[in-house]
Design a protein around this ligand. Structure first.
Ligand code: ARG
Length: 563
């Protein structure tokens, strides 16, 4: 049992049932100054329960808390401060990591239950936007974190492949489209057609009517309409898959909005049955006045369904199919109202699982402080951005380490990693500034810095050909080593926090601080010095490499062993 857990267990035992071990664990803090010990437990809450002052409870607990893993336990004001036995604890931590390897830090909170995670979800016939990149990167990391916590994550790409815009696109294609040209550069050409539709519709009102008609036909399964739609979908998906391949992201399902076309009637009937529908300006809506929200639009006057209708249907379908313990939507904060409405309508339908639905919103990607936009011709083609990052990484490797093996694979991992890390080190809700130059630096808070630290650890292990990884270990009690050990001990609580708060950024900032401690250790200890601690020091290097690599994996990044 690791130091913190053991300390929590002992304290909990002393409180005989007032606090459980888990509750104590959550309340344990890190003391402000190193001289105050490694762990601190505040006694304010117990003071209320026992109706005594916190300082005297701290003194009492301190004398009762004993173990060979603690070198001393003292009270300081209202706190019980614990000094871990560095030799003992570090030896144990190293042994645990070396045995569990990448399974170190895994939790069983999820107990194999399913969580559906709806992320990425771009719109077909439109460019993959920066917002979709954020959703992809955050969603993928969160799915990995869920799995690390013992859940089965079901990754769903809810493609935007249905809606009135496809009626417009079909109209535009019939009028001005050319198969050859579309085939050459599908998304770009389809976007052009779509933009032209809107320009011409300003002077030709028949276009809108025609567009609506085509969507009606599409919803009714008209063969010609379906064929074109199918083709638009295929060519778009092909381009998107190129991006997913670069990012190394996979999905369990590509069931997009269109998938729910034949299932929406049931939803509408259900809403009718519960008398939730009312007519407003010819459209069918669910009013949410009692929540001070605008009504949720279910069906237009011409019978066409909407984004919300499909999301309601999708939620019901997913619950039936997967019996999820939780269902997460990683979608930009500009859709918060939409998800509030959806969740409330499901609650009104009497589904108690509606409380298991969660919208995980995120902020914008900025460039020089301004929102990066895909609209109005200012299209930032994402695939080009990713390729540019790889090319820049390649150039930097060429300068710093021209004899490196596998250069192009490493450049790929570093370039893509830089983009992923830049996004994930920020809390999802905040905006992210996008600058390829800053992202690819080997110093500072970058993915390259973390990857580089991992490669450095691997290189030390390669140099020490005497290290086999099975030597009997000794504890490490010096400060630089102990600081690394303490970080390593923290890994599973960081995994838990990042899961509970739905913040992959917890893992990213943890990795940065672990790397900082590791680099201090590297600078201050002669790791390869031949003495009786050599094996232990190398074991610490290996353990750091294992945890950094696993942390990067959770974020969706690779850890090259040489850079
Ligand atoms: N396609 C939508 C968009 O690009 C995102 C879909 C998110 N998922 C969902 N179930 N609504 O804005």
């Amino acid at each position: 049992m690791k130091g913190k857990q053991l300390f929590a267990k002992k304290i909990a035992e002393s409180t005989v049932g007032v606090l459980t071990e888990d509750e104590v664990l959550k309340r344990i803090e890190l003391p402000k100054y190193q001289e105050q010990g490694d762990l601190a437990f505040p006694c304010f809450e117990l003071a209320k329960v026992y109706k005594k002052n916190p300082a005297s409870i701290a003194t009492e607990l301190a004398t009762k808390t004993k173990s060979s893993y603690f070198s001393k336990v003292v009270s300081e004001g209202p706190y019980v401060n614990c000094f871990l036995n560095k030799k003992h604890v570090s030896k144990e931590v190293l042994a645990e990591i070396l045995t569990k390897k990448e399974a170190y830090g895994s939790l069983t909170i999820g107990q194999g239950e399913k969580v559906t995670i709806d992320f990425s979800s771009p719109n077909i016939a439109k460019p993959f936007s920066m917002g979709h990149l954020r959703s992809t990167v955050i969603g993928n990391a969160y799915a990995n974190i869920l799995e690390k916590c013992g859940y089965k994550a079901i990754r769903i790409n809810h493609l935007g492949d249905w809606g009135t815009q496809f009626g417009k696109l079909i109209t535009a294609y019939h009028r001005w489209g050319n198969e050859q040209i579309v085939r050459q550069d599908p998304i770009k050409e389809l976007l052009k057609l779509y933009v032209r539709f809107h320009e011409e519709a300003e002077v030709d009102s028949m276009l809108e009517v025609e567009g609506r008609l085509w969507f009606r036909k599409l919803e009714q399964g008209d063969k010609k309409a379906l064929e074109l739609w199918q083709w638009f979908r295929e060519v778009s998906l092909e381009e998107f898959k190129g991006i997913y391949k670069l990012l190394n992201v996979t999905f369990d399902s590509y069931n997009g909005e269109a998938f729910y076309n034949d299932k929406m009637e049931d939803t509408i009937q259900l809403l009718k049955g519960e008398r939730l529908l009312s007519t407003s300006q010819g459209a069918e809506v669910v009013t949410l006045e009692e929540h001070n929200l605008p009504p949720c639009l279910i069906q237009k006057s011409d019978g066409a369904t909407l984004y919300a209708t499909r999301d309601l249907t999708a939620a019901i379908y997913r619950h039936k199919k997967y019996q999820f313990a939780k269902s997460v939507y990683v979608v930009g904060q500009e859709q918060s109202l939409h998800f509030q409405q959806i969740f409330l309508v499901l609650r009104k339908l009497g589904f108690n699982w509606a409380s298991q639905l969660e919208h995980l919103p995120f902020g914008f990607i900025l460039q020089n402080g301004k929102k990066m936009s895909t609209r109005k011709g200012k299209v930032v083609l994402l695939e080009n951005v990713l390729r540019e990052a790889i090319a820049m990484a390649e150039k930097s490797i060429e300068e710093k380490n021209p004899t490196l093996q596998n250069k192009s694979k490493v450049a790929h991992d570093v370039g893509i990693g830089a983009i992923i890390f830049q996004d994930l080190k920020t809390e999802p809700q905040h905006s992210v500034e996008f600058s390829l130059e800053t992202m690819l630096r080997f110093e500072g808070a970058t993915g390259s810095y973390v990857q580089y630290t991992h490669a450095r650890a691997c290189s030390i292990l390669r140099k020490s050909n005497r290290y086999k990884g099975n030597e009997s270990l000794d504890g490490l009690a010096d400060e630089p080593s102990w600081s690394v050990v303490k970080k390593l001990m923290d890994f599973s609580s960081k995994v838990q926090e990042s899961y509970e708060q739905a913040k992959p950024s917890e893992i990213a900032t943890y990795l940065l601080s672990l790397c900082r401690e590791f680099n201090k250790y590297y600078a201050h200890c002669k790791i390869l010095h031949e003495d009786n601690k050599l094996a232990s020091r190398l074991a610490l290097v290996e353990c750091a490499a294992i945890v950094i690599k696993e942390g990067l994996r959770l974020l969706g990044m690779q850890a090259p062993s040489e850079m």
